[in-house]
Ligand binder design. Structure first.
Ligand code: SF4
Length: 231
């Protein structure tokens, strides 16, 4: 027996179609490294019924922006505009997010990739259930692996809870750097919260967001400088 044949005995061929079954059942695991690229991942999301949200979606909303972005923004789940277009953060919230990024010279074309915890819209924009988040989270973990961002911004309490498990209110933890799986993350307000709280006075949510996005910009510059001086 040559060594190639001997090595083939190590293959796990107990269920060769396991990967094809991923969109059918949340019990099928999505191991790290399952997808070679975002297109493959999106194909699964668009045919996915790992949770009931797949029954009512128009489009799965996978993500948009630079696939090699240093910053990844993670939200909760698509709303109506996103469900209709298949793109995340495209309504008024999305426009505000673009303005916030632009205020420190960041853009989704160059610096940011945006995705959600859940790829399908919950009916009436309700918060996704823990089971729905658990069913979809492995897709997001694959997206994070593929984009490999230096900084992750978690918009709103559901995104924070979905990624880190931290259940504290967003007003308590926004603006703080936290380390999750060796990545730098910062919880920030969801843009829709800022739309409901338009005051720009010192201490108001919009003013706090301005502090946070400046801290993000400074951290990105610091990371880039450190990696340049290391080369
Ligand atoms: S929300 Fe996620 S897990 Fe649920 S059906 Fe959509 S893609 Fe699948």
């Amino acid at each position: 027996m040559n060594s190639e044949i001997q090595l083939s005995l190590f293959d796990d061929d107990s269920n060769p179609n396991q990967q094809e079954l991923i969109p059918t059942d949340s019990k099928i695991p999505i191991p790290s490294g399952t997808y070679a690229n975002m297109t493959e991942l999106a194909q699964h999301c668009n045919q996915c019924h790992r949770c009931e949200l797949g029954d009512t979606r128009t489009h799965a909303v996978v993500g948009r922006g630079n696939l090699q972005a240093p910053i990844m923004v993670i939200g909760e789940a698509p709303g109506q505009n996103e469900d209709e277009t298949g793109l995340p953060f495209v309504g008024r919230s999305g426009q505000l997010l673009e303005k916030i990024l632009a205020s420190v010279n960041l853009s989704t074309e160059n610096d940011v990739y945006i995705a959600n915890i859940n790829k399908c819209r919950p009916p009436n924009n309700r918060v996704p259930t823990p089971d729905e988040m658990a069913a979809c989270k492995p897709y997001l973990l694959e997206q994070i692996r593929l984009v490999d961002p230096k900084i992750i911004l978690l918009t709103g309490a559901t995104a924070v809870k979905g990624i880190t498990g931290d259940k504290r209110g967003i007003t308590k933890i926004r603006g703080q750097w936290i380390e999750w799986q060796a990545r730098l993350c910062m919880p920030i307000f969801h843009p829709s919260y800022l739309l409901r709280n338009p005051s720009k006075e010192k201490g108001a949510p919009k003013w706090l967001m301005w502090q946070d996005i400046q801290a993000v910009r400074a951290k990105l510059d610091e990371i880039r400088q450190n990696s340049e001086s290391a080369t």
